[in-house]
Design a protein around this ligand. Structure first.
Ligand code: BT5
Length: 261
């Protein structure tokens, strides 16, 4: 990934004003957290890498991160919010991804809490991590992985039992995409939604996310620690929690889990 190529397409105010591009890292989230720990990171700073040797998802899951094919990006934010509102930054990232993919003519859907799917297959995932002290956020790192030029053969041969649940932009478009251009478009979109957050606050992002997610008032099934809970979504709040009215009439607050289709 060429930093000069990315900068050619950048039109941002805060996000990506400082950007670092690596050939190989363990995890882009770790690099940003390290910079933040050293006091050298700034609001909107972005780290991108061509490959990751220890790319990760939530709960220590692996994020498959081969070189030369995809996008692995982390962005740092320093918002004045309380730690429990940090999931709103996962929402912000998901909205950005849906917008950018739509610019490629791809109709992506959001799967609560952090997946972006096309045709039921995962194209992107978001990992939000935070550092907080005294009930205030010091910084939030959002890590985004997007499958861009991942060929069908790679998915089939290297991604084991998830191959049927995975896709990439090149598979959907039938041609490879310019990774630097995609990267810049995503940073531009993150900058747009971060601007919305700065102007209008967390609820505005939740509302934008709900619109793109599309499950408010609809029936949903969630795997919560191995138990499937089904009900109608009544509310989503800035903590990212879902309020589900189950068939027995109870309103359940879902803090963490995975959507089941
Ligand atoms: C996620 O976790 O989906 C968050 C992924 C975030 C990755 C980015 S890359 C840049 C930054 N640096 C990092 O180290 N991480 C972030 P989760 O919802 O837990 O999903 C993980 C699951 O997705 C795995 O267990 C696999 O089933 C599946 N998976 C792994 N790699 C994939 C890939 N490349 N494409 C699609 N699915 C994948």
């Amino acid at each position: 990934m060429e930093i000069s190529e990315i900068k050619k397409y950048l039109a941002t105010k805060i996000v990506g004003e400082k950007i670092f591009v690596y050939d190989e890292v363990g995890s882009t989230n770790d690099i940003l957290r390290q910079l933040a720990g050293e006091g050298t990171a700034a609001d909107g700073m972005v780290v991108v890498s061509d490959s990751q040797t220890a790319g990760r998802g939530r709960l220590g899951r692996e994020w498959v991160s081969p070189a030369g094919r995809n996008l692995y990006l982390s962005a740092l934010f320093c918002p004045e919010i309380s730690p429990h509102e940090s999931p709103v930054f996962t929402f912000l990232a998901s909205c950005s991804l849906v917008e950018v993919l739509s610019g490629y003519g791809v109709d992506a859907t959001i799967k609560w809490p952090n997946d972006v799917l096309v045709g039921g297959r995962k194209i992107s995932g978001v990992l939000t991590e935070l550092c907080a002290s005294n009930d205030a956020v010091d910084y939030i790192v959002i890590g985004i992985g997007v499958n861009l030029n991942l060929p069908e053969e790679f998915i089939r041969s290297k991604m084991g039992d998830i191959y049927e649940k995975t896709t990439s932009l090149s598979i959907l478009l039938g041609e490879n995409v310019n990774r630097e251009k995609f990267c810049a478009k995503l940073i531009n979109s993150l900058d747009h939604f971060y601007g919305e957050f700065c102007r209008h606050g967390t609820q505005a992002i939740v509302d934008m996310w709900i619109k793109r997610w599309g499950f408010l008032g609809k029936r949903i099934s969630l795997d919560v620690s191995g138990k499937v809970i089904t009900g109608v979504v009544e509310r989503v709040d800035p903590t990212g929690f879902l309020y589900i009215r189950t068939d027995d009439g109870y309103l359940r607050r879902i803090v963490a889990g995975d959507t089941v289709f």
